[in-house]
Design a protein around this ligand. Structure first.
Ligand code: SF4
Length: 329
């Protein structure tokens, strides 16, 4: 299968030298924050790559880089082999990629009728005119399980799950090939989450969509993913087939993350949560030297404190860890 999206050693830094930012950051004196650090991945057509990690690990920045909302500071993002940074390529490519945001309350304009919200990309890209726009909006609403008559209503007349269906209809209106889904169900009730995830999987199969899926919820990730990237402080530390990582995680951080999933069969009781990752995520303004996970890692040694680990192939997955390379992890 051909790759739809490819990231090649993509990094993204942000300027934090402004005085008001320095006040928030306790006058660190640092001038930039590296939110994404040499991230590489590819997503074959019709598949889902998920990124998982704690808050602040850089996954939402990768999401925005992937649809061209941020330019990379270095490295390249390619859509079907074409660089997003090529200014000439952007207008044509932009129609073919879209984003579904986390909060269906904030991402829909409350003063617009649903038909205008869903039609906006059609008009912006000059795809349809006149009555054809209304017909297409009706089709899109039906496709996501709403009624064409819902187009005349306003967002506040819908539940959270229905609003996320409207967001999906809008994201699909420009007939994209690639969708970035940034925590698309985390603002929804648990009972509604499964319906939205199943709708997204059904649309993927029917329309041949390719997803970059961002979540901190490992149960959701397992349901959605073909491949998985585990991020820590801006870097992908483990990357490979999702089922292989869930079955036999190799990186110490991945193992601790998976330990935090409620264990329904545990002897300690239904829903018991095991230890999880201890300690705080270090500041990305001043990340620890060597392996940035070493202050929290139970397998850290002297080498880990000074030397940044390269990737080691461990079966079907790539892992950035000295312990795995040395055969002690
Ligand atoms: Fe732990 Fe060292 Fe591996 Fe980092 S490189 S995850 S500190 S064992």
């Amino acid at each position: 299968m051909a790759d739809v999206l490819e990231a090649v050693k993509v990094s993204r830094s942000f300027d934090v030298s402004k005085p008001w930012l320095q006040r928030m950051l306790s006058r660190s004196g640092r001038r930039s924050l590296r939110a994404v650090d040499e991230v590489s991945f590819s997503i074959p057509k019709g598949t889902t790559l998920s990124l998982v990690g704690e808050s602040g690990c850089g996954k939402s920045t990768v999401a925005r880089l992937a649809v061209g909302l941020y330019p990379p500071s270095s490295g390249d993002i390619r859509f079907e082999g074409q660089s997003l940074s090529s200014a000439r390529a952007q207008p044509a490519l932009r129609r073919r990629m879209n984003m579904i945001f986390q909060d269906p309350y904030a991402s829909l304009n409350p003063r617009w009728r649903v038909q205008d919200i869903v039609a906006e990309p059609l008009r912006a890209f000059g795809m349809l005119r006149g009555s054809a726009v209304g017909d297409r909006v009706g089709q899109l609403l039906s496709q996501v399980g709403l009624s064409p008559a819902d187009g005349a209503k306003y967002p506040h007349e819908f539940s959270g799950g229905q609003r996320q269906r409207i967001s999906i209809a809008r994201a699909l209106s420009s007939e994209p090939d690639f969708l970035v889904c940034d925590e698309p169900t985390s603002a929804l009730d648990v009972s509604v989450q499964a319906q939205i995830l199943n709708l997204m999987r059904e649309l993927q199969t029917r329309l041949g969509l390719t997803y970059l899926f961002i979540s901190h919820n490992l149960s959701v990730i397992r349901h959605m993913s073909d491949r998985l990237g585990v991020m820590y402080l801006g870097r992908i530390v483990e990357h490979g087939p999702a089922e292989a990582i869930f079955t036999e995680p190799r990186h110490p951080y991945t193992r601790l993350l998976l330990d935090a999933i409620p264990d329904l069969d545990a002897a300690g009781g239904v829903g018991r949560v095991r230890a999880g990752v201890g300690g705080e995520v270090p500041s990305p303004i001043a990340p620890p030297p060597g392996c940035t996970f070493h202050p929290r890692c139970p397998l850290a040694n002297d080498r880990c404190r000074v030397e940044r680990p390269d990737y080691t192939q461990a079966g079907p997955v790539e892992v950035a860890c000295h312990a795995v390379e040395e055969g002690r992890g």
